[in-house]
Design a protein around this ligand. Structure first.
Ligand code: URA
Length: 212
């Protein structure tokens, strides 16, 4: 729970942003049943974690990184010695991107498309400009491209390397630490070693900078 005056103020601003976003997206997705999954956690966190987009469980619970993704996240936080409630967790895209199999009618996840990424971009920037963390950790290509504001950058080039960024219209400066998305390791097990090395680099970086 936020305790300091600053944290309470930021929590209020985030709550207002969430309500405005619900109205904004309700207009856009008029005929669709889309549920917004907003960020959660410490509104005054020095560290923000940004995933790609919510999945099925996240929509059911209306919380980012729960279910299987939440388990992966807990393991990751354990390596870093960080408690979930001490950081802020959100996604680059705030809605679950889905595809429907025409034969079976089965609904499954798909990567967000460019339009979905652009629609949520401003909202992510506003969240970060309220929180003003020292460090943002991006998981995978989508939040990396949005936060670096560079569509050509790829996670293969910059994983584990801190990058200075300026966020939103205000140009709020913070450091971006790009990691592979934990789910990508399931599909590409050869990445596991690199991913764990990057997490260890992040652990040392947090320690050196005295973040958390
Ligand atoms: N769940 C999320 O909230 N984000 C992801 O990137 C993956 C699963």
């Amino acid at each position: 729970m936020p305790t300091s005056r600053k944290a309470k103020q930021k929590a209020k601003q985030l709550q207002k942003l969430k309500q405005e976003s619900i109205s904004f997206f309700r207009e856009i997705y008029r005929d669709e049943e889309k549920i917004l999954v907003f960020g959660e956690g410490n509104p005054d966190a020095p560290l923000v974690l940004v995933g790609e987009a919510p999945g099925q469980q996240e929509v059911v619970q209306q919380r980012p990184f729960v279910g299987q993704a939440g388990q992966n996240l807990n393991e990751f936080l354990e390596i870093l010695g960080i408690k979930r409630e001490d950081i802020y967790i959100t996604n680059a895209v705030k809605f679950r991107p889905v595809k429907v199999d025409p034969a079976s009618g089965r609904v499954s996840n798909r990567p967000p498309n460019r339009e979905e990424i652009e629609l949520s971009r401003g909202l992510l920037y506003k969240e970060l400009c309220i929180i003003r963390p020292t460090l943002v950790v991006s998981l995978g290509n989508v939040p990396l491209k949005v936060l670096s504001d560079d569509n050509r950058i790829t996670i293969g080039q910059v994983h584990g390397t801190p990058i200075d960024i300026a966020v939103g219209e205000e140009g709020v400066r913070m450091t971006l630490f790009p990691l592979y998305h934990p789910a990508s390791i399931i599909y590409r097990p050869q990445l596991k070693e690199v991913y764990l090395e990057d997490v260890e680099k992040l652990r040392r970086y947090l320690e050196e900078k005295g973040i958390l």
